[in-house]
Write a protein that binds this ligand. Structure first.
Ligand SMILES: [Zn+2]
Length: 125
């Protein structure tokens, strides 16, 4: 069991993803197990553990990433009227690779409740 879904699965191609937007250094794609009706994740292609581990040398990448977040969020707001932009830290961050959630709609809580037992070993990243 890995704690970096993005390097091990999404970026490696082991788990196919539906891309929304892509640059040389940043990838945006539809969450493979969405918690919201619209749920897109934006990640750096280079491994960065979290928002808290960003270094000064990452400033260009950070700017590129936020620009993609901005464009994806603008598109979601245009199509759905609203969205949230969120990055989890510490114990809230299941996959230890920096990622931004761009989400719209009510959380799919009921679906979370009826997820089978194995979901416990494949937590929300
Ligand atoms: Zn990674």
């Amino acid at each position: 069991m890995t704690n970096d879904f993005y390097c091990d699965e999404a970026l490696s191609g082991h788990t196919p993803v539906v891309k929304v937007m892509e640059t040389d250094n940043v990838l945006a794609f539809h969450h493979t197990r969405p918690f919201y009706p619209v749920h897109i994740v934006v990640i750096p292609k280079r491994h960065i553990a979290s928002l808290l581990t960003l270094e000064k040398e990452d400033n260009d990448l950070l700017l590129e990433m936020i620009e993609i977040v901005r464009q994806v969020a603008a598109q979601v707001v245009k199509e759905h009227g609203a969205c949230r932009v969120l990055t989890n830290l510490g114990d809230y961050q299941d996959s230890k690779h920096l990622h931004w959630h761009v989400a719209a709609g009510d959380p799919l809580c009921r679906m979370m409740l009826v997820r089978p037992l194995w979901y416990r070993w494949f937590p929300c990243y």
